[in-house]
Each structure stands twice: as structure tokens, then as C-alpha cells.
Ligand binder design. Structure first.
Ligand SMILES: Cc1ncc(COP(=O)(O)O)c(C=O)c1O
Length: 491
């Protein structure tokens, strides 16, 4: 076992001190985690070319300070704690860098959540483990020697062909496999396209208002200035794009995230005219179009103009975010710049997983999984709507019957941030429109995901949420909390 330590006899401090300081720092900043086995005194002494006594003394000191656990006959380990990683500021990281990560990009928080209404999350417990394992095993067995190299950064040919076929069949996308790019999910793909656009001279890019703040951060990192353009009940206000002075636009036409509206045929035509007039690019985020419950999904915008639209899809909603797998169909004229940017970043997506996904598509496993999940999500959505009508009769559900969440306006219910805080304290996790919008032109609006809970849990969660909302409203009005709703009271 080796440990990354360096010591030098030319330095003024002793070898023992050098070992102690490096180990203490590594344990405190978390690079050596609790319970990690460290080399024996004999091994470390051999690695560093010093006497065993020196290492034993350093270990004894660290054990006395509580950093190492030394027991007769057992291998030395990092003690169980309590070590807190050193604060970023103490490590000399400027505060704005350490705190700059958008909240929604941070790993999931782990407070005890009783009812999980967080939006945009599929039911990962239904992940088709058997089918995926079969595809993965076959991919490992069949991958050619050539495919085990770096290969085309756009992806393996078999998958690009399968994706082109699948998207043409289910989304009306016009896809030449040469223009299909396999990505590590939508968000990395967005960054990639934005960097390519910036390298071609684009400066400003329109984002829907409301839409996730993550996108503002990602496009800004690529060197583009994000400009918010409002959405109304017919989708993006295309008539405002001229005044925004943008060279590109990101939108969710099939199911606006998070309001749930569809970009109307009239707006689609207007947008294509605008794109052609300005030779601009639209990035179509088709994140959950597979889930439409009332009618077949509207075809992709890309089908109307393959030269001005980047189509982007993801496995995060149809299978699991953990796969980190997505796909784009890019205009032929942009392909070389995107390939160049890909070469300068991650150089492609894991190729064995790509082959597994190609098999998953070819064998019809994705279609089968989607048929099953559509039924499950539709039933959950129906229960959600019924429960909202029963427990929150003043609430208004916006948008179409699609996706994995509902957008719920609560006229007169007060402040959505206060509702979310109180809900969190009651063990109910949910989204709110503040996560997505710039203005406050709408009533308190909650974004409630229904994909992750059984129908019974959804009913129970909505009932509990309604109680929280009533309490928040009453405490704002100075009335005691916990009283049952009176006649005529909607919340
Ligand atoms: C609007 C929208 N698009 C796309 C994605 C998927 O991103 P990714 O493929 O990077 O997981 C998400 C994830 O939550 C989303 O909310």
C-alpha cells in the first residue's frame, strides 16, 4: 500500500515532523477519509527511505492527537473523526468561488424527507436492472479492440445510428448519424454547444424566464451572457427575441420547464422564421417529452429546421440521472466546432456504456420500459391532481398532462419561500417557482414532482402539505395554527 507523501532531508524540519504535518493536513481536509487504512510503519518507512522508528513516532503522535487509530495486530487507520474538512476560506479559496455552485447542482441534501415532491426526478427504483445488466454484459463481451481506444468524440457509430433511428421514430427528429453527439447528459451538452457558439463569435443567449438558474451559470461559464426572455401560456415570447439582441436561444418547447406549457404551432413557426432571419441557433431541451399522458407528444422543433436547431435529449428522466448519458443532434455546419470543443474537454462518453445503450435501444428495452413508466406516472399524476383538488381547492394546476411534475399556483396563499421553509421543517421536500424566475408576477407557485412516490404516499403528502399551507397563511394573518379549515376557507 502506498501513500502520497514526500519528505526531504534538505528541509529544516525533521522527517518525523514532515510526515506528521502532511498526514494531519490530509486527514483534516478530507483527502484521507475516516477509517481509511494507511501503510504500516514498515511499508511507509521503506517507501520514504527512512527508519521505521521515525514513522512509528509520527504515527504515535497522530494517534495521541486523535487522527489515527492504532491497535495491536490491526492495520493502522484514520480514526473515525470528528474531523471537519477545513473551510474553503482557510485553504485560501476566495469565498465567491467556494460558494458559487448553484444550489440545484449540489449533491442531494440529506435532511429526513418524509414526502419527496422534488421535481424533475424519475422513479429510479424502477430502473430496469436486469435488462441493463444484460446489455452491459454483452457490450463488455463484444466490444472490439478498436472501440476500446479513444475513438470519435461524438460517440460509437452503433449508438449514433440507433439514436438517429429512435429520435426519427418517436420525436420526428431529422437525424443524420454523423450529426448525433452522445453526451454525458443534457447539462454538459449545453456547455459544449455554448462554448462552440462563443468560439464562433456569439455573445448573448436567451433563456426562458422561468427556467432553471443552473442554465444561467452554465452558459456564463462558456463565455455567453444569459438574457432572460419571458414565457406565457403559449410558450416563449418569440416576439421579444429581437429586443434581446441574442445569437442563440435555449428552450423547452414540448413541455416548458417548469410552467408545463407547450410552445404553440404559431410560436414554433415564428421562432423558425426568427432563427433563419438572424442565422441564429435554438437549443431544444427535450428533457421529458417521452411522458405525455393525454395525447401523443408534439414533434420536436428540430424537425422544422435541422440547420438552426440543436436537439438535446437525456437518459436522466427515462432511465436514471446516474447513467450520465444524453444525446444531441447538431446542425451539420456546427459539427466541426462542437467536435473541436469536445476534444478539448472530456473527449467523449464511456464507450462500453454507449454500446450497452445501443443494445438497450435495439432490443426494444427502452420502449418496453417507457410503456411501463408512462402508466405508472400517469396514475401518480391523476392521484396528485385529485388530492390537490380535495385538500387545496383554491389551487390552480397549470400546464399540460405530461412529465414528472405539476406546477401549482396558490392565489392568496402568501409567500412561496415561507411555504417551502415550513414544508421542509415538516419533512416535505418540494420545488418553488423562485428557483426559476426573475420577477414576482405570479402568485405563490409550487413545483411538485410526483414520480418518486406511490399513490398512497402522494395522497398523504398532499394532505400534510395542505395543513402546512393553512398554518403559514394563518400565522401570517395572526390566527392560531392547527385549527381545522373553516367553511369558505380555501387553504
Ligand atoms: C429542464 C431540464 N433539462 C434537462 C435536465 C437533465 O439534465 P441531465 O441530462 O444533465 O441530467 C434537467 C434535469 O433536471 C432539467 O430539469
Amino acid at each position: 500500500m502506498e501513500l502520497l507523501l514526500t519528505v526531504s532531508r534538505d528541509r529544516p524540519d525533521t522527517l518525523r515532523t514532515q510526515i506528521e504535518v502532511q498526514l494531519r493536513t490530509a486527514i483534516r481536509d478530507g483527502s484521507l477519509r475516516p477509517a481509511t487504512v494507511v501503510p504500516s510503519t514498515r511499508d511507509l518507512a521503506a517507501q520514504l527511505g527512512c527508519s521505521r522508528r521515525v514513522v512509528a513516532d509520527a504515527y504515535a503522535q497522530l494517534a495521541a492527537e486523535g487522527y489515527l487509530a492504532l491497535r495491536q495486530g490491526a492495520r493502522p487507520r484514520v480514526a473515525d473523526g470528528p474531523f471537519r474538512p477545513v473551510a474553503a476560506e482557510d485553504r485560501g479559496v476566495p469565498p465567491e468561488r467556494s460558494s458559487g455552485t448553484p444550489r440545484s447542482l449540489l449533491p442531494d441534501a440529506t435532511p429526513p424527507v418524509r414526502f419527496d415532491f422534488r421535481p424533475a426526478r424519475p422513479d429510479v427504483s424502477a430502473f430496469p436492472r436486469e435488462a441493463w445488466s444484460r446489455c452491459l454484459r454483452d457490450a463488455v463481451g463484444e466490444i472490439t479492440v478498436a472501440d476500446l481506444g479513444y475513438g470519435d468524440p461524438f460517440g460509437v457509430d452503433a449508438l449514433r445510428e440507433s439514436i438517429a433511428g429512435y429520435l426519427g421514430r418517436v420525436r420526428g427528429v431529422v437525424a443524420d448519424p454523423a450529426c448525433v453527439v452522445v453526451t454525458n447528459g443534457y447539462l454538459p451538452g449545453l456547455g459544449l454547444v455554448c462554448r462552440a457558439l462563443a468560439a464562433r463569435g456569439a455573445r448573448r443567449i436567451a433563456l426562458e424566464d422561468p427556467s432553471s438558474w443552473d442554465h444561467d451559470h452554465i452558459v456564463a461559464r462558456a463565455g455567453l451572457e444569459p438574457v432572460r426572455v419571458p414565457v406565457d401560456d403559449r410558450g416563449l415570447r418569440v416576439d421579444l427575441l429581437d429586443a434581446a439582441h441574442v445569437q442563440a436561444v435555449v428552450l423547452t418547447p414540448a413541455h416548458q420547464h417548469p410552467t408545463g406549457v407547450v410552445l404553440t404551432p404559431g410560436r414554433r413557426a415564428e421562432l423558425v422564421t426568427w432563427l433563419r432571419r438572424h442565422d441564429a441557433i435554438a437549443i431544444e431541451d427535450d428533457y421529458d417529452a417521452e411522458y405525455r399522458y393525454d395525447r401523443p407528444a408534439v414533434g420536436a422543433l428540430q424537425g422544422l429546421d435541422r440547420d438552426h436547431v440543436v436537439y438535446a435529449g437525456t437518459a436522466s428522466k427515462v432511465l436514471a440521472p446516474a447513467l450520465r448519458l444524453g444525446w444531441m443532434v447538431v446542425p451539420a455546419a456546427l459539427a466541426a466546432d462542437i467536435r473541436h470543443e469536445r476534444m478539448l474537454s472530456d473527449q467523449g462518453t464511456a464507450r462500453i456504456e454507449q454500446l450497452a445503450f445501443a443494445r438497450f435501444l435495439e432490443r426494444g428495452d427502452l420502449d418496453r420500459h417507457l410503456r411501463r413508466m408512462r402508466l405508472r406516472y400517469r396514475a401518480r399524476r391523476d392521484v396528485m391532481i385529485e388530492a390537490l383538488a380535495a385538500d387545496l381547492p383554491g389551487a390552480r394546476v397549470c400546464g399540460i398532462a405530461a412529465g414528472l411534475h405539476v406546477t401549482v399556483e396558490l392565489p392568496g396563499a402568501g409567500d412561496e419561500t415561507g411555504i417551502r421553509r415550513a414544508a421542509g421543517a415538516a419533512g416535505i421536500a418540494l420545488g418553488a417557482l423562485t428557483d426559476y424566475r426573475t420577477g414576482r408576477d405570479r402568485p405563490a407557485t409550487l413545483i411538485l414532482g410526483y414520480a418518486q412516490m406511490s399513490e398512497g404516499r402522494i395522497r398523504g403528502g398532499v394532505h400534510e402539505l395542505a395543513r402546512v399551507i393553512r398554518d403559514v397563511r394563518r400565522s401570517a394573518a395572526g390566527t392560531p395554527a392547527g385549527r381545522p379549515a373553516g367553511r369558505g376557507e380555501e387553504y
